[in-house]
Ligand binder design. Structure first.
Ligand code: NI
Length: 388
């Protein structure tokens, strides 16, 4: 885990970032409620003399470095929100808020990108362009990236870089992959409307439970029959509600669940096929299905050229680059990648548990590594863009 750094303020950085991460960890806030978190980030930025940029966000904050020399804008993005999870780590800085926890490590991301900003601050005069820092709210509810885009903070951005901690990668390893990395995460709600009756007189009913059960079974064929074996997709029904009592056939049944895909073409095909099956199977049983989509973020698709640079910089920093296994979780960083080229890292944190677990944690030795890495990478992307 040895590492060369080009940055002269690296002394004391690990301790400073650890303090920041622990303070964030102790006071988690849910999506779109990150008011105190935003105040804290602003305070740390101001203490470091980093300029807040005037993009209108209710929670979250944008800041900027450089701009003294003409050049492109590179954005570094960290998400800042926590989850409704009751923490069970037993850490001295465990969540002080009942039922809320940084169980996805967004406290780590925020501290790491702040660290990158502190390092770049010392080279601000010489930056060949601008580094824009996006501290984004509401990643867990997938609305935050859109808020940042609507604020105008992505305008003029040449490339956007972001990271997620990865518990199953060791500290010192960076998961780097061009192309698809994380899945589009769409949700569905299907209402099957039939006709109720006495349970002893089923012939008088149009039973929505039987229809719903056939829909659940039918949609299992999408992945096996409508998606290529190498394309990857998930169709999961996670909720099925109907009825009130044992002797009444109810009027309606409701199904909910999620569809995960890595490719926009596959995504469109799976959603279309799902809707066809739900509507037609319901119809076959004399019931009626209506499908409501909860559109999630698109897939995270990494720019190949940026991934190449990321690999080089990892090697230069004494980190270990490795091609990670893609994740079927969703990540609204993808919303930025729809607008500008972007690259998203899986950063090794040797965690004891996976994302969203009550005992989730990160190895804090990764903080300084991530700060150095993203400062160096932002600088490299600016330099490369200036050459073009
Ligand atoms: Ni997360």
């Amino acid at each position: 885990m040895s590492q060369e750094t080009n940055f002269k303020t690296a002394d004391g950085l690990a301790e400073r970032l650890t303090r920041i991460r622990r303070e964030l960890h102790q006071y988690p806030e849910l999506s779109n409620e990150e008011y105190e978190t935003t105040k804290r980030i602003k305070r740390w930025l101001e203490e470091a003399g980093i300029a807040i940029a005037p993009f209108p966000l209710r929670t979250g904050v944008v800041a900027e470095l450089g701009g003294n020399r003409p050049g492109p804008i590179v954005a570094l993005r960290a998400d800042i929100d926590a989850l409704p999870v009751q923490e069970a780590t037993g850490l001295p800085f465990a969540s002080a808020v009942e039922g809320k926890m940084h169980a996805c490590g967004h406290d780590f991301h925020t501290a790491a990108i702040l660290g990158a900003a502190f390092l770049l601050k010392d080279q601000e005069e010489e930056l060949p362009g601008t580094v824009r820092l996006l501290f984004q709210p509401a990643e867990e509810k997938a609305g935050g990236a859109r808020q940042v885009v609507e604020s105008g903070a992505l305008e003029g951005v040449h490339a956007v870089l972001g990271l997620h901690n990865k518990p199953d990668l060791p500290v010192g390893t960076v998961g780097i992959k061009g192309g698809p990395l994380m899945a589009a995460a769409d949700g569905f709600r299907v209402e099957v409307k039939g006709k109720g009756s006495h349970a002893a007189v089923p012939e008088a009913s149009l039973d929505p439970i039987v229809a719903a059960a056939h829909i659940v079974t039918a949609v299992q064929s999408i992945v096996s029959r409508n998606v290529g074996a190498l394309d990857g997709a998930v169709v999961s029904v996670t909720k099925l509600n109907s009825g009130t009592v044992w002797n009444v056939i109810p009027e309606t049944a409701v199904l909910e669940g999620t569809i995960r895909t890595f490719d926009e073409g596959v995504r469109a095909r799976v959603l279309e096929r799902f809707e066809q099956l739900a509507v037609r199977v319901a119809d076959a049983f004399g019931t009626k299905a209506s499908v409501r989509w909860i559109e999630g973020p698109p897939p995270v698709i990494n720019d190949e050229a940026l991934a190449g640079l990321a690999w080089e910089v990892a090697n230069e920093q004494g980190l270990t680059p490795a091609v990670p296994v893609p994740s079927l979780a969703g990540e609204d960083f993808a919303v930025y990648q729809k607008q500008v080229p972007g690259w998203f890292a899986f950063f090794g944190t040797s965690g004891p548990e996976e994302w969203h677990h009550p005992a989730f944690d990160v190895d804090e030795r990764a903080l300084r590594l991530a700060a150095n890495y993203f400062a160096s990478l932002a600088l490299r992307v600016l330099e490369e863009a200036t050459k073009e």
